[in-house]
Design a protein around this ligand. Structure first.
Ligand code: CTP
Length: 397
């Protein structure tokens, strides 16, 4: 799984840097191509000669060497993954704040590849609220975390903070690359965001959906190797360029984009907050406020999820969302069955931290055989991971 993979290792100033030699050795043994960048302070903990010998590549540490500029952009583009191990408390804080005072930070900030960190620090530093906040921050930027291990620390204390053992880091990487193949060759259709239904030339009926959950799902499916088509209503969130984007505004446009593309799809996930009603003939001009009352006649939109659920073939998986405020489970199950979905993802607006515009969500997933999978409050990126895992591990197609 690691054969031929290009791994860029970043080493920061921590006693655990001695384990980096073993890590590089194991990666090389597994057939990976390894390059190492060290922060200047980490050179006090392990020599660059050891790492250049083991990696069979020169070790870089300065932004400028003999008046030659080190091209940080090309390193982050070369790698399949950038692994910062060990990640010290200080370098974590720099990552959280975008500081760029050494080559490693410059490469991190310009890396286009996935970035994984394996922190290492003393228990009290690890538990400090600022460290925990910085971890949350770097995770919210899309970085991956290999959890610290519990055991004897450099201080002699026993507790959490040890860098994961090199063997465990290797297992994590293998699993990560395996996941990257799970949806290889599969076509996934995802809807995201709100729809806007015009009333007249300047007004519309919309909702507060930000599109964050659907975009996180698209990114997760892409990470697992799928060809992703994202049909997205108006959103301010940026969408990675490796995802095929179909921008739409109205429910009718979203319906057409989905039905036009559905036949070639293996999985369809409908996470958009689609308007249930629209104005059949919006006024061409701005409606003037002539009378005290204004009646607007609304007509039901077509239900995209239901229509895909009804026509799906036996090889296709259709997943819906249900956003509920009351009788949550009952309503979610009723949508699952009436819309012929394979899975329904329930989020309740009664859970603080779940819902429109937030970075977190709490979901329960139900499948058509009556199984229920529940999850804690998590970042939308982690929720996307749980949703795709559930679909892959429990689907019938
Ligand atoms: N949905 C859809 N097309 C619509 C309306 C909803 O595809 N015209 C999809 C949503 O993307 C979601 C699921 O149906 O996956 C449930 O949406 P939700 O708004 O929770 O339910 P509704 O069916 O609209 O019912 P209600 O608003 O009465 O709860």
């Amino acid at each position: 799984m690691l054969k031929g993979k290009k791994i860029l290792i970043g080493i920061t100033a921590s006693i655990a840097a001695y384990k980096s030699a073993v890590l590089v050795r194991l990666l090389k043994k597994a057939g990976a191509d390894v390059k190492v960048i060290m922060t200047p302070a980490s050179l006090d903990f392990i020599s660059s000669l050891t790492l250049s010998t083991l990696s069979k590549n020169p070790v870089l540490s300065a932004l400028f060497d003999n008046e030659t500029w080190s091209n940080h952009v090309s390193l982050g583009r070369w790698a399949d993954v950038m692994l910062i191990a060990p990640l010290s408390c200080n370098s974590l804080a720099k990552m959280a704040n975008g500081n760029c005072d050494n080559l490693l930070m410059a490469v991190y900030l310009s890396a286009t590849c996935p970035v994984v960190v394996a922190p290492a620090m003393d228990e009290d530093m690890w538990m400090h609220p600022s460290t925990q906040e910085n971890l949350l921050k770097i995770k919210s930027y899309g970085n991956h975390l290999i959890p610290v291990e519990h055991g004897e620390l450099a201080s002699g204390l026993i507790g959490p903070g040890r860098m994961a053992e090199p063997e465990n880091i290797i297992d994590w990487l293998k699993n990560y690359f395996e996941e990257g193949l799970q949806l290889k060759g599969k076509n996934v259709l995802i809807t995201a965001g709100p729809t806007y239904e015009p009333i007249d030339a300047v007004r519309f009926i919309g909702n507060h959906s930000s599109g964050k959950m659907g975009i996180a799902l698209a990114v997760e499916c892409k990470r697992r190797g799928a060809n992703v088509t994202l049909v997205c209503g108006p959103t301010a969130i940026s969408i990675p360029t490796n995802i095929s984007l179909i921008k739409v505004t109205t429910a009718a446009e979203m319906y057409n984009a989905c039905t036009d593309n559905f036949d070639k799809m293996d999985i369809a996930i409908m996470s958009a907050a689609v308007a249930d009603y629209s104005i059949a003939t919006p006024a061409a001009n701005k409606i003037k406020k002539a009378s005290d009352d204004l009646d607007i006649h609304l007509t039901k939109t077509k239900d995209i999820l239901k229509s895909l659920g009804e026509k799906k073939g036996s090889h296709q998986i259709v997943v819906g969302f249900a956003l509920e405020t009351d009788h949550e489970k009952e309503n979610a199950l009723s949508k699952l069955h009436s819309k012929h979905a394979d899975f329904i993802v329930l989020n309740s607006l009664n859970d603080a931290g779940a819902g429109f515009g937030l970075d977190t969500n709490k979901v329960a997933i139900f499948d058509k055989s009556g199984r229920e999978f529940t999850f804690d409050m998590k970042s939308k990126k982690e929720v996307a991971f749980d949703i795709i895992n559930t679909i892959l591990n429990h689907s019938y197609a």
